[in-house]
Design a protein around this ligand. Structure first.
Ligand code: GLU
Length: 305
């Protein structure tokens, strides 16, 4: 299941350059971001908090029960995991997935602590208990399963390329001799280093927004990561950046948690399935990633390994 554009982009979020400096003043690009596409965009759903929630035999739940849940996510990925630089409000599909799971576990918004964690720090933060859950474009794979557990998948993305609007790069086969940027600790970075792509330089940054800025500046030729992430940057830089080619990997997004906490993993999977079934998943998609004109796919089947 790959993302397809089905209509003109409805939501132009904020300009990359503005996001680093804006402080939420009235009339700033960030305010427009909140309003952009509102006519077409439905609101995010609200999730009923299960005040009687209990997860027996979960060491992590035992620790946080009746207190606060700490959820790691991204802050620089519009549509997925984004933190408004002025209001500090979190938005995006990943943030909604986190909120719906938290509600089923008994935590209302006031008892969720979101923490921005870059790709490279996910495994250590989960394993050390720095975060109780992680929801941030986190691909499930066997290598990572050696260190952490995964609920889900709750979405399937695919690796793609973001280039300047006038670039002649049309897909991964055109990367020979080019400079490509991706994030440290990510699957797309690892994949693109394969000599078969022939990149002259593969640059690693801490986050994708830094790479997108490099594409804008012309210091690299392409940013490579999941199509779901790239579409957010393309939408906020309409006319300057574009996503090209067919996705060339499968990236099933999981909810990261402590490796041996099977009870919590089961509870996360129950929550995902319940919200997929009751329509919240689709509503959350339409209100976030869907704002750029992408039709909601069918939710994937949860894999209870
Ligand atoms: N889904 C990929 C990964 O988990 C790329 C996105 C990211 O770095 O979060 O590595």
């Amino acid at each position: 299941m790959m993302l397809r554009k089905t209509a003109a982009a409805a939501a132009v979020v904020l300009a990359l350059t503005a996001s680093a400096t804006a402080c939420g003043k009235s009339g700033s690009p960030d305010d427009k971001a909140d309003k952009a596409g509102d006519k077409a965009a439905p609101p995010v759903p609200t999730y009923k908090v299960n005040t009687a929630a209990d997860v027996k035999d979960s060491p992590v739940f035992e620790k946080i029960k009746g207190k606060t849940i700490t959820i790691g996510t991204k802050a620089d990925q519009p549509g997925l995991g984004f933190e408004h630089p002025g209001t500090k409000k979190r938005s995006g599909f990943d943030v909604e997935i986190a909120r719906m799971i938290a509600a089923d576990l008994g935590f209302d918004e006031a008892h969720i602590k979101f923490q921005t964690i870059p790709s490279e720090a996910r495994e250590t933060q989960i394993a050390s208990g720095g975060v109780d859950l992680y929801v941030g474009t986190y691909t499930i794979n066997d290598e990572r399963k050696k260190q952490v557990g995964f609920g889900g998948p709750y979405f399937i993305a695919g690796q793609s390329l973001l280039v300047k609007a006038d670039s002649d790069i049309k897909g991964p086969d055109d990367l020979k001799g080019k400079k490509v940027c991706s994030a440290t600790g990510s699957t797309p970075l690892k994949r693109i280093k394969d000599p078969k792509y022939g990149a002259a330089e593969v640059k690693a940054q801490q986050g994708y927004q830094l790479c997108a800025q490099e594409v804008v500046n012309g210091t690299v030729d392409a940013l490579t990561t999941d199509d779901s992430i790239l579409m957010g940057y393309a939408a906020e830089n309409k006319g300057a950046l574009k996503v090209v080619g067919q996705p060339f990997s499968k990236e099933p997004y999981g909810v990261g948690l402590k490796k041996d906490d099977k009870a919590l993993r089961d509870a996360v999977n129950n929550a995902l399935e319940a919200h997929m079934k009751n329509g919240d998943w689709k509503k959350a998609f339409d209100a976030t990633l869907g704002r750029s004109g992408v039709a909601a796919p069918n939710p994937p089947a949860v894999d209870r390994y």
